[in-house]
Design a binder for this molecule. Structure first.
Ligand code: ME8
Length: 636
């Protein structure tokens, strides 16, 4: 497969501003960033877009709950996304916000074109709407006639005047698209799901709302001020408004996009609605919708209400950004779900990075210093190790295609075969023996072979691990740039005579998890998320009487309590209330206790529950029933 033009355009989804960035957002963005870096390194003129999706009912409600205007709230969260990407060195060329005036103008222009063409008409929408997914569903698609088939949350019934897009008219052209372009959806295994969805029949799509205000108004030429444009039409158009569509069109020669990177949750919007909108606008279609799977935690979807969200900033700070990037791309086959654990991350760092790569570099730094004063020449490599060079060629040949098809895990896996080849060659030919036997030339060629392999690995690895690859390159006296890539990889040149520079170990061994697993305080649902009754009932809150209260030596905050919960023996509970209560005033008081918390040790003392208290700024007040009740009474 080859791109017949020199321009590459890569996008991430624009993220909703109702949620702080988490590992899922980081995953998509890091894949897109790695792709953009790769194409730049191959000399393509590359444009990489990311940004935030700021309109719609979900954001309006989230802002209202926090007592903020939607714009104020969007400003705040959008800045958090941008700050994280900047901290991560994400090489985006533009960060778009759907509240940008240029975007608003572009969306109105697109609406106008589709309207004038006859693809938009006015009617009444009656049906269900999931605010969380910002999606309409006919009743027959709902679970138990009420719940969203995508996220499981309750939907609301909507009946309102609406403009519709003639999606049904695009059913056949869409099916033709999937038929003709087998790699339109990557990985290809995801294609069937989309085909089935379209084959089951497309209904026209409601594309305006009247029951709230936070969105883009219809174009002035249509003059219908009650309506705002449906957030998904608004959002998808970002991919072209960012290039100047509906305005100066300055960057439109990057269109069509080569890759829209998306999570599987939003594949339908990108593989069905988006090409239909583009067909209506008579614009070329993107080349690939590249769809990845979900990151889960212990098998569960991450969500704020479960408190199992992984903060990408914390992980990157603790384990190193490049290591984190490598892990994300290597651990899970693109398109499949993966479970995040520190254990798996540590294994990748110690084994793939530390053993296979870091030690290899150290070995040749050591040997080149010991035997050749760090000065190495490559010209005898083909003579002694022609077979290995050939093998290297075979390993490297498919890598470009793996990247173009977004098979990152496979790309890294196969790149690692080059490291296996290098490590194996050292073990097999044992340069220390060669030197002992007076075969210095062969020994030098062997070190040069390994250095040449490492140089190629560094070049290929640079898009994924820019900093570490840069350090390897520096040790070998090369730079990571398109010219070097071309020289060493495309033209197969060997390194010029060079000096191997000693550098500190790249991947120090990690013995134990560096981040504490989140405590239960992190499980608070956000204000815009609800839990169901079963979820609540899992928490057993019981009333008990404090029978003893003791200070804990050296602790300013903690008291050790014995609480009678009507069980065989009182429970020992460690509570952070010493600054608010004297031990003796607590004895005999009833309190509410979370009785089924996993026991935890605080200052070396096991705590078998948690006492409930209300905190009002500096003040703290224990929670108790209004009248005395039997110990062990459940609170519901
Ligand atoms: O859907 N695992 O925004 P969003 C992997 N605004 N990826 C995940 C993930 C997880 N657990 N959670 C989120 C929207 N993602 C719309 C997009 S585009 C025109 C509009 C990633 O904030 C994944 O890329 O809900 C997913 O598609 C995206 O975040 C959803 O982000």
């Amino acid at each position: 497969m080859s791109f017949e033009r020199e321009k590459i355009y890569i996008t991430t989804p624009i993220y909703y501003v109702n949620d702080r960035p988490h590992i899922g957002h980081a995953y998509t963005t890091i894949i897109a960033d790695s792709a953009a870096r790769y194409f730049r390194l191959r000399g393509f003129d590359t444009f990489f877009l990311t940004g935030t999706d700021e309109h719609g009912q979900k954001i309006e409600e989230a802002a209202r709950k926090r007592g903020k205007s939607p714009k104020e709230y969007a400003d705040e969260i959008s800045a958090q996304f941008k700050a994280l990407w900047d901290e991560f060195g994400i090489t985006y060329d533009k960060f778009i916000r759907t509240t940008d005036p240029d975007h608003i103008r572009g969306v109105q222009r697109a609406f106008e074109i589709m309207y004038e063409k006859g693809d938009i008409y006015k009617g009444v929408y009656e049906g269900h709407y999931c605010i969380s997914c910002e999606a309409f569903f006919p009743q027959n698609q709902l679970i138990d006639k009420e719940f969203c088939p995508d996220c499981g949350k309750p939907t609301s019934i909507v009946k309102e005047e609406s403009y519709f897009f003639r999606l049904s008219a695009y059913e056949k052209p869409l099916l033709r698209l999937y038929e003709e372009r087998e790699d339109f959806i990557l990985p290809r295994s995801k294609r069937n799901e989309v085909v089935r969805f379209v084959e089951s029949g497309l209904q026209d799509l409601s594309i305006t709302r009247t029951s709230f205000d936070w969105g883009i108004k219809l174009p002035p030429s249509i003059n219908d001020p009650k309506h705002v444009i449906y957030v998904w039409l608004d959002a998808l158009l970002n991919y072209i408004t960012a290039l100047g569509f509906g305005g100066d069109g300055r960057l439109m020669d990057y269109w069509p996009a080569n890759y829209h990177l998306v999570g599987k949750d939003i594949l339908r919007f990108h593989a069905v609605y988006w090409p239909a909108f583009l067909m209506s606008l008579e614009l070329p279609l993107p080349r690939h919708i590249a769809t990845h799977g979900w990151w889960t935690r212990n098998g569960e979807k991450m969500s704020k209400s479960k408190g199992n969200v992984v903060d990408p900033r914390e992980v990157a700070r603790a384990y190193g950004l490049d290591n984190f990037r490598y892990f994300l791309l290597r651990e899970v086959p693109f398109g499949q779900d993966g479970d995040f654990s520190q254990r798996a991350l540590i294994d990748r760092i110690n084994s793939d990075l530390g053993n296979d790569l870091g030690n290899l570099l150290n070995r040749i730094i050591g040997m080149s210093g010991k035997y050749f004063d760090h000065r190495i020449e490559s010209h005898k490599v083909p003579h002694y190790y022609g077979q290995e060079l050939q093998e290297l060629q075979q390993i490297l040949a498919p890598l470009d295609d793996h990247i173009r098809q977004m098979r990152w895990h496979k790309f890294l896996d196969e790149l690692w075969q080059a490291l296996t080849l290098a490590n194996r060659s050292i073990d097999r030919y044992a340069p220390w023996k060669l030197v002992k036997e007076g075969r210095e030339e062969e020994a030098m060629a062997l070190i040069a072979l390994v250095a040449n392999i490492l140089a190629r690995v560094a070049l290929y690895l640079a898009p994924v691990m820019p900093e570490k690859a840069g350090q390897i390159a520096k040790a070998l006296g090369i730079t990571i740039d398109p010219a070097t890539f071309q020289r060493l990889i495309d033209e197969g040149e060997l390194l010029e005579p060079f000096t191997i520079q000693p550098i500190p170990p790249l991947f120090p061994k990690i013995d134990k998890p560096l981040l504490q697993e989140k405590g239960k305080e992190a499980t608070e649902p956000s204000q815009d998320e609800t839990i169901d009754i079963d979820h609540f009932l899992k928490t057993q809150i019981k009333v008990g009487t404090i029978v003893e209260a003791h200070e804990i030596p050296k602790s300013k905050r903690l008291l050790r309590l014995l609480v009678d919960l009507g069980e065989e023996r009182p429970r020992q509970i460690v509570a952070g209330i010493k600054e608010h209560y004297e031990p003796q005033e607590l004895v005999g008081e009833q309190v509410c206790v979370v009785a089924n918390l996993k026991p935890a040790k605080l200052m070396g003392i096991v705590s078998e529950g948690m006492i409930l208290a209300a905190q009002d700024g500096q003040r703290l007040s224990l929670v108790a029933p209004k009248e005395m009740v039997a110990n062990g009474t459940r609170v519901r």
